[in-house]
Design a protein around this ligand. Structure first.
Ligand SMILES: NC(=O)c1ccc[n+]([C@@H]2O[C@H](COP(=O)([O-])OP(=O)(O)OC[C@H]3O[C@@H](n4cnc5c(N)ncnc54)[C@H](O)[C@@H]3O)[C@@H](O)[C@H]2O)c1
Length: 359
């Protein structure tokens, strides 16, 4: 079987992980990075120089290539719909960065276009690939923890994420879209239930007043799921630059027969360096290594979640149907359900009302 040919649209800060994932899959013959689309001229030239692939300035040129099997989308949060719909219409299988989109309507259009074209639409919800989370999910699924009653999630980024990484589009995102959506999907996956109602509050002080970025600093939400479980989500992206990690995150789940809690940031690894101060690196996410030939490769659940689409498309080529694969990967439908909940979080924080999630 020839390697699957992947095209990446959007080669910014996170898109680089897509480039690296497909480049290293070429070392095994499973897939290869065939083309990239990037609208920023300087960035496009950087990719050309460092990855030796054709880089189009317009994603439609990439989609027009007949021999591309997989398209991945790593453009800003609000800029996924048009590309995903066009990729589906040109018959490519798709991996889209989280959030699938920032409106329910956009997600519905994306899911519908993939359904019509009979292509696979996957969302990069990498928290499902963290072995710590897989262990929890398996024991919840086996019923060991009994009925899940409640739980809590924290996810916080240092302020440089909205202020330095993408100040030009942070106002079109939020800690809901950038962070909460990860754990909203994870909780849905673990407890196998969709959102029912949401009550949330938020603060808009630091980014708006000190950085002229008009979005939420923090969101605090109580989400009731259809099976009765109630989870609180506290998310923000204004932690000081001196915090020990770029992200802080933890999860706690309580069932009728037991509880489980995990600090998914501080996993026991702590450093102190004279220039950078205290650090708690999460080496399970994405870490650099060398293969037997001395080539740089990347390991961790952040990379596995991207590579996963290759194993799905391989399975389809070997005769599996989309229906048979359902439930084995974060799908477009999962992206839609997560967006329903995060949209309701924003609506509740704005209106101070309980939002019932309608379908
Ligand atoms: N899975 C994760 O853990 C994770 C982490 C960070 C970001 N993300 C997601 O990845 C996406 C990208 O985030 P980022 O931090 O890389 O942003 P970024 O701004 O660094 O990169 C986006 C890139 O897309 C390019 N672009 C925009 N529109 C384009 C178009 N129409 N065609 C081609 N290129 C286009 C931009 O020029 C830019 O280089 C976001 O949706 C974000 O939420 C996911």
């Amino acid at each position: 079987m020839r390697p699957l040919r992947a095209g990446v649209v959007g080669a910014g800060i996170f898109g680089v992980n897509h480039l690296n994932a497909f480049r290293q899959l070429s070392y095994t013959g499973a897939a290869e990075l065939a083309a990239v689309a990037e609208i920023d001229e300087e960035r496009a030239r950087w990719v050309e120089q460092n990855y030796q692939v054709p880089v189009f300035r317009n994603y439609e040129q990439l989609l027009a290539l007949p021999d591309i099997d997989i398209v991945t989308v790593a453009t800003p949060d609000f800029a996924h719909r048009e590309i995903v719909v066009a990729a589906a219409q040109s018959g490519k299988h798709i991996l889209c960065e989280k959030p699938l989109a920032t409106t329910v309507e956009d997600c519905q259009a994306m899911v519908e276009s993939a359904r019509k074209a009979k292509v696979l639409l996957q969302v990069d919800f990498h928290k499902r690939f963290d072995p710590e989370h897989i262990a929890i999910m398996q024991r919840i699924s086996s019923g060991e923890f009994g009925e899940i009653l409640y739980g809590s999630v924290t996810m916080e980024d240092r302020i440089e994420v909205p202020v330095d990484w993408f100040p030009h589009w942070a106002h079109l995102s939020s800690p809901g879209w950038f962070l909460a959506v990860h754990f909203v999907d994870l909780v849905r996956w673990m407890i196998r239930s969709d959102g029912k109602s949401v009550y949330a509050h938020g603060r808009r002080e630091v980014l708006k007043n000190s950085y002229n970025i008009d979005t939420w600093d923090s969101l605090s939400a109580v989400v009731e799921f259809q099976n009765g479980a109630v989870f609180t989500f506290n998310v923000s992206w204004i932690l000081p630059r001196t915090f020990e990690a770029i992200v802080n995150q933890d999860l706690r789940i309580v069932g009728a027969k037991g509880a489980w809690e995990i600090d998914t940031q501080f996993r026991g690894s702590r450093s102190c360096h004279q220039d950078e101060g205290m650090r708690t690196p999460n080496n399970n996410f994405i870490s650099e290594a060398r293969d037997k030939q001395g080539r740089t490769i990347y390991k961790g659940y952040g990379i596995e979640a991207i590579e996963d689409i290759v194993w799905n498309v391989r399975a389809l080529q070997q005769g599996a149907s989309l229906e048979e694969l359902a439930g084995t990967y974060p799908s477009g439908e999962d992206g839609l359900e997560a967006t329903r909940i995060v949209s309701a979080i924003h609506e509740s924080a704005e209106t101070h009302r309980v939002i019932e999630i309608s379908r």
